[in-house]
Write a protein that binds this ligand. Structure first.
Ligand code: ADP
Ligand code: MG
Length: 331
């Protein structure tokens, strides 16, 4: 039984998920206090004395943790999303996933972009794989059979290939079409600390699947003219998914990519982005670095291609910030 809590009156909207009403069986809640920032709790609980509580629920959560200990041991799923192409989604998803693995976190990189750039960045030949995320989504293969171990410790990949481009048409007529990826990932989530999904440059059914499966969304933004155009559409899509399919979804962070601090336009747009997203914007910005653009053609993450390049160092720094936000206070 999955019943989640909300803090209807909590001042922070992150905590103020859908309200709980006495006797209502399915209510949602993101348990986002710092200690447990990575987790959504599925809890067996009904009947609250009143609907305008929130401190009582804070107390109640202590019991909740007891009830659902097994839920604590599942990995956090993060989608790297922006419907704009060429903003650094794949570079970010690959570099973050690799670095998390290097930091000792068991990590799964999930490629749901039919272009398969992420898959080849991990040295996997998209032309020869026979089991990919496509087969998993349409139900012709189990996710456990499609996941490939990489040469890098702690890093696995759920690869993709061009077949995925046609998957959406097949998925449209399937039951639970927006929840297919979530259902598949649920089978392996307990094996990982983090699952990083590289999304295609669109707000398509594939992206919808990623957002429905995810705990949070990381948005790479290139601070250039019109960078914020389309962002409100992305934010609306996130809200829509939150309301309909995944109440616990939130914005993990906003990453400035291909950042060139010498250019006025970069600084101006970066300021606008910071005004819009506030503290969600990572302190680490990713500079332009030719090593980042060269690494994929060698089939390796940038950290392997040139460990001490500016790009590799920037993603290492980002990963530290990411982990700090997620794991500070976790025992
Ligand atoms: N910080 C960077 N500096 C230089 N080139 C970059 C940087 N980030 C990405 N690139 C290059 O820009 C192109 C687009 O990046 P990519 O990560 O594929 O974007 P997306 O997945 O959003 O389409 C790729 O050729 C990539 O190697
Ligand atoms: Mg990409």
């Amino acid at each position: 039984m999955n019943i989640l809590f909300g803090y209807p009156k909590h001042p922070n909207p992150l905590y103020r998920q859908r309200a709980c009403f006495p006797g209502v069986l399915s209510v949602c809640f993101l348990f986002h206090v710092k200690q447990r920032a990575r987790r959504t709790f599925h809890v067996k609980q009904i009947n609250f004395p009143e609907k305008d509580f929130y401190f009582p629920v804070v107390c109640g959560t202590i019991n909740i943790i007891d009830i659902c200990k097994e839920e604590l041991d599942v990995g956090k799923i993060v989608s790297v999303t922006n419907q704009k192409g060429g903003v650094g989604k794949t570079t970010t998803a690959v570099s973050l996933a690799y670095q998390l693995a290097e930091e000792g976190k068991k990590t799964l990189f999930v490629d749901i972009d039919p272009q398969a750039n992420g898959t080849s960045s991990f040295g996997i030949n998209k032309r020869t794989i026979t089991r990919s995320v496509y087969e998993v989504l349409i139900g012709s293969c189990d996710i456990r059979e499609a996941i490939i171990a990489t040469p890098y410790k702690n890093a696995d990949v759920l690869p993709t290939n061009m077949n995925l481009a046609g998957a959406e048409i097949e998925m449209v007529s399937m039951d639970n079409r927006e929840g297919l990826l979530k259902a598949a990932l649920n089978k392996v989530r307990h094996l990982y600390d983090y699952i990083i999904i590289d999304c295609p440059p669109s707000l398509s059914l594939l992206t919808l699947n990623a957002l429905t499966a995810s705990g949070s969304v990381l948005i790479p933004l290139q601070p250039e003219y019109l960078a914020l155009e389309g962002v409100s559409q992305l934010v609306n899509t996130i809200k829509l998914v939150k309301n309909r399919y995944n109440p616990a979804l939130y914005i993990e962070g906003v990453l400035l990519t291909m950042y060139d601090g010498r250019m006025n336009v970069t600084l101006q747009v970066a300021n606008e982005i910071k005004k819009y997203f506030g503290s969600k914007v990572y302190k680490t910005a990713i500079c332009r670095n030719v090593r980042l653009s060269e690494a994929p053609s060698h089939g390796v993450p940038v950290q392997v291609y040139d460990r001490y390049s500016k790009g590799a160092l920037a993603y290492r720094e980002l990963t530290r910030e990411f982990l700090q936000r997620n794991e500070d206070g976790l025992s």
